[in-house]
Design a protein around this ligand. Structure first.
Ligand code: ZN
Length: 460
């Protein structure tokens, strides 16, 4: 009797364990469907070319950027558009390009409904289509303006957050993939999988003067009216800070207009490490920016270990300061938008279902009054120094260039700013790696993209 009861207890126990396991795995598949589908052991991914029946990716005008046909993945018909959209769209693999739509939205694109797709032939499974906010023609204009140089271009609407243009170079043509040997050894492909807008960390040079100016405005009353006499050089922290030329008497506007290193080195020294660090962190440093699954590298402002002279140089975006083009653009967006940035977004719809209109606000970076002050200073920089003629007549552009010295080679050429026109509310950042002068090299790129952007926005 006892033996029989023991046996039936064991059978009951095993039955419970079996059903508990079944329930656990079923729930697990439902709850973790997205993780599961990206698991490398999943047969979707271990097959070569798992995008071969995936959904398509379109720009804001309905131009197809990527699609699958007869078991192959294809990209736009125009080679320049394919290359210009390379980093936003991504390649076929899940390992090369972290910050790309085909990586981040892989589960949606290939269709991840386990119960309905398991065992179903791949060509009958239906992945979702994704619509982006970027415009292929603006992408192309940016790609062509970079003209074979390495760099990054980012333009977005500072009122809605919609990204109009995100281009990173170098690239290759996804319809004609270079050999592994070429990709590894050819200098022209150096860092080809890096989306430099999000993941490129560069010395920001004079574009960082916006952070130092904001720190001054936020911490010292009427600082913008204080006049400093620039002799072309100043000794701070026992060593030189130099300007390109002798600028004479400059207030903050003059120092922004002529990009006076001595003024900003002096102001940095006066503000101190605590105030500079606190304000830099308010303006996006030492943390990532995340939007629609894109995740930026952390811009770096860490001055505690620097000597006095290096600390002064940090206030002009040199020393050990590093920044992503994305962060540079978000700071300009905040200045344009009264001190609070609207954060970017790039996915406007998935399979015909529009994403909720999102206007995600970032942390306030400065008071509305100080944003207005800075905006006027950037307006003067264009009007007095760069020349309004640098941009098409129709634009009211406020901007700051940068020529960031680097250890090896030519400086990085920068420009950041925004358009004040109501019909063209774009904030932007452009960097050309080792491109030389920001004034000579970066301004024409921004101007060309603005022309394409205005055309795009007037068509929308
Ligand atoms: Zn100066």
């Amino acid at each position: 009797m006892n033996i029989i009861r023991k046996r039936s207890n064991i059978i009951l126990f095993l039955t419970i364990v079996f059903f508990a396991g079944l329930v656990y795995h079923t729930v697990n598949i439902f709850v973790n469907a997205n993780d599961w589908v990206l698991n490398t052991r999943n047969w979707h991914l271990t097959e070569a070319g798992n995008l071969d029946y995936a959904g398509s990716i379109c720009d804001c005008k309905g131009n197809i950027l990527a699609y699958s046909s007869n078991g192959d993945r294809h990209y736009n018909d125009d080679e320049s558009i394919r290359k210009a959209c390379f980093h936003v769209v991504g390649d076929d693999s899940t390992v090369n390009m972290y910050n790309s739509v085909q990586n981040i939205y892989r589960a949606e694109l290939i269709g991840n409904n386990f119960l309905f797709s398991f065992g179903m032939p791949k060509n009958l499974r239906k992945g979702k289509d994704i619509t982006l906010t970027i415009d292929a023609d603006v992408q192309k204009a940016a790609y062509e303006a970079l003209d074979g140089r390495k760099g990054a271009v980012f333009f977005y609407n500072y009122m809605t957050g919609a990204v109009l243009c995100m281009v990173s170079t170098p690239v290759y043509d996804p319809e004609n993939i270079p050999s592994d040997d070429e990709l590894e050894n050819d200098e022209q492909y150096e860092g080809v999988y890096l989306n430099r807008v999000c993941s490129g960390l560069y010395a920001p040079g004079s574009t960082f003067k916006l952070v130092t100016a904001a720190t001054g405005l936020e911490n010292i009353r009427n600082v913008e009216k204080v006049v400093y006499h620039c002799n072309g050089t100043d000794i701070i922290g026992g060593n030189d800070i130099n300007c390109e030329f002798v600028m004479g008497d400059v207030d903050m506007t003059g120092a922004i207009v002529y990009s006076c290193n001595c003024y900003f080195g002096h102001l940095t020294d006066k503000l101190g490490r605590f105030a500079m660090t606190r304000q830099a962190e308010k303006m996006g440093f030492n943390k990532s920016i995340v939007f629609d699954g894109f995740e930026s590298a952390k811009s770096e402002y860490d001055v505690l270990e620097l000597d006095g002279n290096e600390f002064a140089w940090s206030g002009v975006g040199q020393a050990n300061v590093l920044e992503t083009p994305l962060n540079v653009a978000v700071i300009s967006a905040a200045i344009a938008n009264g001190g609070v940035p609207v954060m970017p977004y790039i996915v406007s719809g998935i399979s015909g279902v529009d994403h909720e209109p999102r206007q995600v606000l970032g942390e306030r970076m400065m008071s509305e009054e100080n944003a207005k002050n800075l905006s006027d200073m950037l307006d003067s920089a264009v009007a007095v120094n760069y020349g309004k003629g640098s941009f098409s007549d129709t634009f009211d552009v406020c901007a700051k260039t940068g020529t960031a010295e680097v250890a090896d080679g030519q400086p990085h050429a920068w420009i950041t700013g925004f358009c004040r026109n109501e019909e063209c509310p774009l904030a932007f950042a452009v960097v050309i790696e080792n491109g030389g002068s920001g004034y000579r090299e970066a301004i024409p790129v921004a101007a060309a993209v603005l022309d394409a952007a205005e055309k795009s926005l007037s068509d929308q």
